[in-house]
Design a protein around this ligand. Structure first.
Ligand code: MLT
Length: 393
């Protein structure tokens, strides 16, 4: 038999597994020290009350013969898809229910969507970027072109008309830099993708952090996007679902390539390989979109945003260059004293017992940078910043 040799091209372990291993090794050697994490973007606030109530009610229903449910629709229950549809209307985006597919989170769909595309396609990926885009394409052996996200372009690479691409990844608000594309910039991407007959995979996982009303939450706010973009979104950061698992992917019917409807292909793929998200989780997710659920989520986002402000102020007072943290839960800082990303990671772990994410883990252009997340508790965030200040003396 032949294994998938492409796995040989990958780093031995996934970025966040690598960080966890280093943290656990340090904790095992220093059991008396409390390590604070500003590393993986994992939320710390619990699920909101209306969400928990809906979750619990649905679990009860599953225990009664009269309300028990078995297999649900692979693309999600209408009660949730209708809520997602109404949520998009807030941004002026009209989506038929058929375009909305409920998932167990953005990460799995980002990988699974590649089933729709031949491995011969050329992929265009920003660098630095969420490592899942790169790793999933490497696993399939696709040829990858990188576009530099750097200081010169404010971490928002724009299309190069001389460059050919078939699949384009965009993440806005961006993980890891926190940069957000304007409408005009996204319009250029949409125009480029349509010219190239390419498909944009748009990751909107952080859209609920957009505060500036002039900035788009969804790529479908941009004219022409339905003909060239798939959008992946998640309730992980919006509603604290990192452990509960629920997201959604939008595949518009206007998206046709090679004579096939990508929506029909995705439906075929999902009905064959996926049995949907559990009923209680979908009920919990639907509660996120009720007025009480939305208000609770807004409050949570506000708390994370106030952490980001505190972090920004702390870095400012230390004279450390940084960006992000305004319309995003991530702050992207330059490693002090010319340290490499992993050197700074190790320095912070050993000298401050603070975990962050090395910028180089997101790509070559991330070398010399470091990502901090605002998803901690206010107390831990304040303490972590104080420890960083002391460590840097
Ligand atoms: C991150 O820290 O980049 C994210 O939390 C990872 C993820 O969403 O899978």
């Amino acid at each position: 038999m032949k294994i998938n040799e492409n796995y040989k091209t990958l780093e031995t372990s996934y970025l966040f597994s690598q960080i966890r291993t280093r943290r656990e090794a340090y904790e095992a050697a220093h059991p008396d020290q409390k390590v604070l994490s500003l590393g993986i973007g994992d939320v710390t606030l619990p699920l909101a009350k209306p969400v928990v109530d809906a979750f619990a009610r649905a679990v009860e229903e599953m225990g009664q013969a009269s309300t028990f449910r078995g297999y649900g629709p692979e693309q999600g229950y209408d009660f949730l898809r209708e809520k997602i549809q109404a949520y998009y209307q807030r941004f002026g985006v009209e989506l038929p229910l058929d375009a909305i597919f409920v998932s167990d989170g953005a990460k799995s769909d980002i990988g699974n969507l590649l089933d729709l595309f031949d491995t011969d396609n050329t992929v265009l990926i920003p660098d630095p970027v969420y490592p899942v885009y790169r790793d999933t394409n490497q696993m399939a052996g696709r040829s990858i072109l990188y576009m530099a996200a750097c200081l010169e372009n404010q971490f928002l690479p724009m299309p190069d008309p001389g460059q050919r691409a078939d699949i384009i990844y965009l993440c806005s608000p961006n993980n890891p830099t926190g940069a957000v594309y304007s409408r005009e910039q996204l319009q250029k991407w949409v125009d480029y993708a349509r010219e190239q007959d390419a498909v944009i995979l748009f990751d909107a996982a952080y859209e609920s952090f957009v505060q500036d009303p002039s900035l788009p939450h969804s790529i479908y706010e941009i004219p022409g996007a339905k003909e060239c973009a798939i959008e992946v979104c998640s309730l992980s950061k919006t509603a604290g679902f990192t452990g509960t698992r629920c997201g959604y992917t939008v595949v518009p019917s206007e998206l046709v390539r090679g004579g096939l409807s990508l929506q029909a292909m995705w439906l075929r793929r999902q009905t064959t390989k996926f049995n949907g998200v559990s009923y209680p989780v979908q009920r919990a997710a639907a509660a996120v979109f009720t007025p009480e659920g939305m208000e609770a989520c807004r409050q949570a986002v506000r708390q994370y945003q106030s952490n980001a402000l505190l972090m920004h102020q702390a870095l400012e007072s230390m004279g450390i260059w940084h960006t992000g943290g305004t319309n995003s839960p991530y702050l992207w800082m330059r490693c002090p004293e010319g340290k490499s990303s992993w050197e700074f990671f190790q320095f912070l772990l050993e000298q401050a017992q603070v975990v962050g994410t090395p910028g180089s883990g997101f790509g070559q252009n991330g070398e010399g940078f470091f990502r901090l997340t605002a998803f901690g508790t206010p107390e831990d965030t304040a303490e972590a910043m104080e420890r960083i200040r002391k460590a840097l003396g």
